[in-house]
Write a protein that binds this ligand. Sequence first.
Ligand SMILES: [Zn+2]
Length: 244
Amino acid sequence: MTDQKSALVVSAHSADFVWRCGGAIALHQKQGYDVTVVCLSYGERGESAKLWKQDGMTLERVKTERRIEAETAAAALNVHDIQFFDLGDYPLELTRDDKYKLVDVIRAVQPDFMLSHSKIDSYNTDHAYATQVALECRMIAQAWGHNPGQKVLGAPQLYLFEPHQTEQMAWKPDTFLDITPVWDQKRAAIECMRGQEHLWQYYTRVAQQRANHFKRNSGGQSGGRDCKYAEGFQSVFPRTIDTL
Ligand SMILES: [Zn+2]
């Protein structure tokens, strides 16, 4: 089990992981990683407008529909494990015990890398809060004094995936991942999000734009690698390397 590569996604709402890192998930699953997704909430109040416009809608029905959508999308991406914490949204808030529950997941998964939202999101404070929680729980998982005897966490990179209204979030990518081989899976997962159909084409265009950045930074017209779809990430921590 110790050789098993793994990754952990901390998603504020149940659809965020699809738009923002669905390609990374499918690609790493294909490469043999076990990718776990934690959805802190269903986004039932703040990101389900289309469902709420239906007559007689209730909070429980919205949550059920959102869960089905997320599970179907996760299956399209071949997600290893998806967990729903159901902590409520708008606003998303975690108690100390909720944080310890996430720490338990982090320690169980022992991720080689983690993914979460941008550090700033003035349009959607749940997103930035989820990243703060991810950092906090990563820190607790590294502490020898927290549940002594458990295996402590190493130092996985935290990649911040691309937010909506990118330029307003002080988000600047330093990593581009070629997701062309799994684009069909990401698009299939995107189309599971029936409540947010207005975003399908938008996130297809984002992937095409980032593919251009991938090409330019892999050599451009001097023999750069072709790439049709990519995802951008901003890394929080420095890398330790032996060769530049
Ligand atoms: Zn969200």
